[in-house]
Design a protein around this ligand. Structure first.
Ligand SMILES: Nc1ncnc2c1ncn2[C@@H]1O[C@H](COP(=O)(O)OP(=O)(O)O)[C@@H](O)[C@H]1O
Ligand SMILES: [Mg+2]
Length: 282
């Protein structure tokens, strides 16, 4: 196909030889199949912030690291430099997460290059070498559903052990490659330790997996892996080989005897005061 304008620069740089076809035009990006040397790769071209949807939300950018305080101030004020910085932080967050997760043994596309707001990465393919389908586009047997669900829970645990919560994990952001599920689309990934919304996001990610795979294997709908994983993480007991049960007992917090006693004292004092007032009024 005739290369789109945004990819022209990479062709001139020699990073891309030809553009084969447009794969999708999603919420945040346009994705192309490209040829580089002898290899077929995938180019993700980020849309401008103004064309993007909800995921710029503060929840996700909380605690995202920027290089300078000037940048941080500009981002907070929303100046042009600030918007550009925010844009760059958003885009490079996906590249950072890809490297971090690959190093932690999570199956994500291998990144090759990141330049001019375009991410060049491995094209995830199916058995016949075509771009792999999203989980949402395939029908699964109950056994396949159970097996992919188990594989992806291990991936979620590996991500969390590497300090990352995906934040938008669902059947739309998982591809079914020739060697199994591959997790994609990470610009909103959050830092598990530094983001107050990390717990909520992790639970939502794991619930999405349960809801999707539960359509094919309904017994999964009764599992509680999200709470179990977060509880282990919080107690410092989560590691990549952790054996999960899918069960979680909601514990009643430890009783704070001191505060219960002072509640009782307060109630006694109030009652005594009420009696005094009553007595005085008679
Ligand atoms: N590395 C990849 N290999 C194959 N297909 C991909 C790859 N990355 C993205 N895609 C395709 O492009 C679509 C959009 O990419 P995604 O990263 O999810 O961006 P968006 O933010 O637009 O959802 C995906 O649903 C998938 O079909
Ligand atoms: Mg997506």
């Amino acid at each position: 196909m005739k290369p789109p304008k945004r990819l022209q620069g990479l062709i001139e740089e020699g990073l891309i030889d030809t553009v084969v076809r447009q794969l999708t035009s999603g919420k945040e990006a346009m994705v192309y199949v490209v040829r580089c040397g002898g290899e077929t790769r995938c180019a993700k071209v980020y849309k401008e912030a103004t064309q993007r949807s909800f995921r710029q939300a503060a929840d996700y950018s909380e605690n995202r690291k920027v290089r300078s305080t000037r940048q941080a101030r500009a981002m907070a004020k929303g100046t042009r430099f600030g918007r550009q910085s925010q844009e760059a932080a958003w885009q490079s967050a996906e590249v950072d997460a890809l490297y971090r997760l690959a190093a932690a043994g999570v199956r994500v596309p291998r990144p090759h290059n990141f330049c001019d707001g375009i991410l060049l990465m491995e094209l995830v393919t199916d058995d016949s070498g075509d771009a792999a389908p999203r989980l949402n586009d395939v029908l699964l047997t109950p056994e396949q559903a159970r097996s992919h669900h188990a594989t992806l829970l291990i991936e979620v645990v590996r991500m969390l052990c590497a300090g990352v919560v995906h934040g938008d994990l669902s059947e739309f952001n998982i591809l079914l490659g020739a060697d199994g599920p591959v997790i994609i689309d990470l610009p909103q990934a959050v830092d598990a330790a530094g983001n107050n919304h990390a717990a909520r996001m992790l639970l939502r990610d794991v619930d999405n997996l349960r809801g999707f795979f539960g359509r094919f294997a309904p017994e999964l709908l009764h599992t509680e892996y999200g709470h179990e994983i977060w509880d282990l993480y919080q107690r410092g007991a989560l590691h990549p080989e952790a054996v999960l049960t899918g069960r979680f007992e909601r514990k009643l917090g430890p009783v704070d005897v001191g505060s219960v006693m002072s509640e009782i004292d307060d109630a006694r004092a109030e009652e005594a005061a009420r009696r005094l007032r009553l007595h005085a009024a008679q």
